[in-house]
Write a protein that binds this ligand. Structure first.
Ligand code: FAD
Length: 378
């Protein structure tokens, strides 16, 4: 007997679909409501750390993720300049344990497609173009969910996995909101030069960080992290020009990235944000997980991993227990808050050291400390 028999999930990002897979596999009736008309995943590629890969294994999706992505071991640091010399080759801590690569790069569209396929195969129903606009707690331990202002029925639980600008968070009266950290990022999806076999970062030069991560045999995503500016709404042409100009100081593989940009590779710009909702993340039978509950700059690429861990722990408790009670929420928060807090605080600190130009900061030490903590059981 599971703690709930019918669950509504808001959002079809990694957190929402991971929760849908686990609940549907356990025989729970699951409706996922997604505001977008179809699956879309902005931002080209993503790095999934070992602890995220471990969650995919628990979901039963690891084989598909492994086949679609590019396994990454270690991190190269390069210096600006025409030859972009490699100045350090850093081993990385396997945050998912010895059975998984250190991380995987994967196109975001493939990640989204794989999770959707698994959710539907498990029996979840994903409704696109359905925006959740209201929730109403009922006396009979159910929540009435409103989609596009009309009742979509009563559920034993509503999981708000609706991202950084979460509607569900607002609906249940949580006032914490994401704050800009002062950094903006340009991203593009390009071809992978054969010499790029792992993630590579460049510190120094005109931007805070330049880098790229392979996502497949022929693809990778590249990025430039700069001081946050009002770049929103600029034309594709201007976006390409800025990426070309700001990357000019970096040689080596950046020559190939620039060639792809000149040939029309798509660009994307966004700001980094941070927030951490104090527990409880639930109000009665409505709970937020993933970016709705916490966000951070991707300086250690742990945002999606944390959302996946939220989904795994919450669904494990919902399946193992026979009631949605205080003990369930206490266990959920005890297992999730410390890990999410560690990631948010370290990610923000790493970004701040860049903004401050702090050359004495122990960047590597903090990076390894977080990875070691993530390697502990979730
Ligand atoms: C520049 C950048 C780079 C990043 N790189 C990495 C990385 O390399 N590795 C990593 O682990 N993390 C990374 N992250 C973080 C990662 O992308 C997020 O943590 C993760 O995608 C959040 O997943 P989610 O499921 O919580 O939310 P989302 O993916 O945002 O999904 C929320 C969904 O809810 C839907 N929705 C919203 N409101 C409603 C509503 N009212 N009704 C119905 N649907 C609704 C949205 O349309 C959306 O599809 C990065 C973030 C940024 C900004």
């Amino acid at each position: 007997m599971t703690a709930v028999q019918k669950v509504a999930i808001v959002g079809s990002g990694v957190a929402g679909l991971a929760a849908a897979i686990q609940l549907a596999k356990a025989g729970v009736a699951v409706d996922v409501f997604e505001a977008k008309p179809e699956l879309s995943a902005l931002g080209s590629g993503i790095s999934l750390q070992g602890n995220a890969l471990r969650v995919f294994d628990a979901l039963g999706a690891w084989d598909d993720i492994r086949a679609a992505g590019y396994a990454i071991e270690g991190l190269n640091l390069r210096a600006p300049g025409p030859d972009a010399p490699i100045v350090a080759q850093l081993p990385e801590v396997k945050s998912g344990g010895p059975d998984y690569p250190t991380s995987m790069g994967i196109p975001r569209a493939d990640l989204a497609r794989i999770l959707l396929e698994h959710a539907e195969r498990a029996g979840a129903t994903v409704h696109f173009a359905k925006k959740v606009t209201g929730v109403d707690a009922r006396a009979n331990n159910t929540v009435e969910v409103f989609v596009d202002d009309e009742s979509a029925g009563e559920y034993g639980l509503l999981i708000g996995a609706d991202g950084i600008n979460s509607t569900v968070r607002d609906l249940i009266g949580i006032e914490t909101k994401p704050q800009p950290t002062g950094m903006g990022i340009w991203r593009t999806f390009v071809s992978r030069p054969a010499e790029v076999e792992t993630s590579e970062l460049y510190y120094g030069g005109p931007v805070y960080i330049a880098g790229y991560t392979p996502t497949g045999e022929n693809t990778m995503y590249a990025f430039l992290v700069e001081k946050a500016e009002d770049r929103f709404g600029i034309s594709d042409e201007d976006a390409t020009r800025i990426m070309l100009e700001e990357s000019r100081a970096y040689g080596g593989p950046w020559n190939s990235i620039r060639a792809d940009l000149e040939a029309g590779a798509h660009t994307n710009y966004t700001w980094f944000t941070q927030h951490l909702v104090e527990v409880p993340w639930n109000r009665g039978r409505v709970v937020i997980i993933g970016d709705a509950a916490h966000s951070c700059p991707p300086t250690i690429a742990q945002g999606a991993a944390q959302g996946l861990e939220d989904a795994l722990v919450l669904t494990e408790l919902l399946v193992a227990r026979d009631a949605v009670d205080d003990e369930l929420w206490d266990q959920f928060h005890a297992r999730r808050l410390p890990r999410a807090k560690t990631v948010v605080e370290a990610s923000v600190q790493l970004g701040q050291w860049q903004i401050d130009g702090n050359r004495d900061a122990d960047t590597g030490g903090l990076f390894f400390a977080v990875a070691q903590k993530m390697a502990e059981p979730v």
